[in-house]
Design a protein around this ligand. Structure first.
Ligand SMILES: Nc1ncnc2c1ncn2[C@@H]1O[C@H](COP(=O)(O)OP(=O)(O)OP(=O)(O)O)[C@@H](O)[C@H]1O
Ligand SMILES: [Mg+2]
Length: 502
């Protein structure tokens, strides 16, 4: 239980007298818009931040944490919005990092392994414990994080937007795990922007808006509409109008493209397609079927093994990102922390990243900070990045607002071709609506857009054509108005369109 929690940052009251009552053995959802204060609240429960005011009680006992170590002692575990695993270690090494059980003075690997194995079987957390983190799909990385908390004795588990990065299948598996954890008496705090998930998995819900707790609901007695209203203070409609439009010339052409993954295996196997001006081509598929490698190859971040990429008939195969930008090709990456932001730098610098050497931001080799700030302030206003503080380091923005920063930057370059991966991951409903409208208006003004997304709803409502990938190949091409979710779903699991329609 948290009572009257106040947490201020310079210029923002992130938590304003928030009460959170969580009962033992329940799954408690915390929802709210980007920047509402959810992560901040949880970071205080996990000892990462100290409340300015308020009290925290764990199993009825008043506590005061001066670090996560204290929280762990009180059986609290947290899986963060951005994972904190060490990429080049194995799952097992990550799990035991910092808590190696000792046998004499030596690290007892054998015992630790057995414990990890026991835990993962008990809760259905199947994890290849000898694989390196960087070679794992995110769903599995997340399970490693969960095992890590369980091994440290967690009875209360905080999961900050665990499903934002998961495929529908992985989400289903995670929910199975959460149910098992609940059955065994564990308490779970679950943060999500997806109200259907909240309805499915939670027992009770705390709603936050602008730092305050605005609602305390019993899931079985509420509905998504009511939750959304408490979140944003008004009714929300989640539909965007797409006008029909004749696309123009071919702007991107991909011919028989082959790309390898990190392990040196073929990830993209002879893919060919085209994107025209004023058209959104959606790539649907379960994560891990070559989309990431395809996007990286097209944006100059990964080697092309074979095949060609043409931009308006110019060969651009294997060109570096800087040259591609000069052509007018921009990219919204799926991994915002690794590829999208220099997190320790102020936001105003991050929004010009990639063109900081250009006029008007750079004059005679010096950055014109005043000019850049002015530009950043305009972008913040247009894209509703909160808080409106361009001097704040990128890392101090909430997860969703970091994403808005990147989207704002890339869309403001006046792109000719946009390669967009998971653009609305971690965004609240209002922000999703805004990004969708912006992408559609860019399409209407003639920009060619390649959209990779795991959200089928997003693919359906934005795309003019949908390509479905499976195992690094295209299973078929369909138009959203001429297909169904079922048909696309079948292709996503490896059935070719010709087979299905035969
Ligand atoms: N270290 C910090 N320094 C300054 N401001 C911060 C810091 N951490 C968070 N904030 C601010 O506190 C507010 C709440 O952020 P928080 O991360 O808790 O939001 P959230 O509800 O988790 O949002 P999201 O859904 O986008 O993840 C935001 O305005 C954010 O910019
Ligand atoms: Mg957050």
């Amino acid at each position: 239980m948290m009572k009257g929690i106040v947490k201020k940052f310079p210029g923002v009251v992130a938590n304003d007298h928030v009460d959170l009552f969580v009962e033992k053995g329940e799954i408690h959802a915390v929802v709210g818009e980007n920047g509402a204060g959810k992560t901040t609240l949880m970071n205080q429960l996990y000892g990462l931040l100290k409340p300015d005011e308020g009290e925290i009680y764990i199993f009825g006992k008043k506590v005061s944490f001066s670090g996560p170590g204290d929280a762990i002692k009180h059986k609290i575990g947290m899986v963060h919005q951005h994972f904190m695993l060490v990429n080049n270690l194995t799952a097992f090494e990550n799990v035991v990092l910092g808590m190696e059980p000792r046998k004499g003075i030596f690290f007892d690997r054998k015992r630790a392994r057995e414990e990890v194995k026991k835990l993962s079987e008990e809760y259905g957390l199947f994890v290849d414990i000898d694989a390196k983190i960087e070679d794992m799909p995110v769903g599995m990385q997340q399970r490693v994080e969960i095992i890590k908390t369980l091994l440290r004795g967690a009875e209360i588990l905080i999961l900050d937007e665990p499903t934002a990065v998961l495929t529908p299948q992985e989400t289903k598996e995670l929910f199975e795990i959460l149910r098992k954890l609940k059955q065994s008496g564990k308490t779970i705090i679950f943060i999500s922007h997806k109200l259907n998930e909240v309805m499915e998995i939670s027992d009770r819900i705390t709603v936050m808006r602008q730092g305050k707790a605005t609602g305390n609901l019993i899931t079985s007695q509420t509905n998504p509409r009511e939750i959304a209203r408490l979140m944003v203070g008004r009714d929300v409609v989640l539909t965007v109008e797409k006008t029909s439009r004749e696309p123009g010339e071919v702007i991107l052409e991909v011919q028989d493209l082959w790309v390898k993954d990190n392990r040196g295996l073929d990830a993209v196997k002879g893919v060919s397609f085209a994107v025209r001006e004023g058209e959104i081509v959606g790539i649907a598929g379960v994560a891990g079927n070559g989309q990431t490698e395809l996007v990286e190859a097209l944006t100059g971040l990964r080697r092309v093994e074979k095949g060609r990429v043409l931009f308006r008939k110019h060969e651009i195969t294997g060109k570096n990102p800087k040259i591609l930008r000069d052509f007018g090709i921009f990219h919204i990456p799926e991994d915002r922390l690794r590829r999208g932001l220099v997190t320790a730098y102020p936001a105003y610098f991050n929004v010009i990243l990639g063109r900081h050497m250009m006029f008007p931001f750079s004059k005679n080799g010096f950055l014109d900070h005043k000019e850049i700030r002015k530009f950043a302030e305009e972008l913040f206003e247009r894209f509703d990045v909160r808080p409106r503080n361009v001097d704040l380091p990128a890392e101090n923005f909430s997860g969703g607002n970091q994403q808005k920063l990147i989207v704002a930057r890339e869309l403001s370059f006046s792109p000719k071709l946009l390669i967009v991966a998971q653009p609305t991951r971690g965004l609240d409903v209002g922000a999703i609506e805004f990004i969708h409208r912006t992408l559609l208006s860019m399409r209407d003004s003639g920009v060619g857009i390649l959209l990779v997304s795991m959200e089928l709803d997003e693919i359906f409502s934005l795309s003019d054509r949908i390509l479905v990938v499976y195992g690094g190949e295209i299973m078929g091409e369909v138009k959203p108005e001429e297909t169904t979710m079922e048909e696309v779903g079948l292709m996503m699991t490896g059935h070719r369109l010709e087979e299905i329609r035969r």
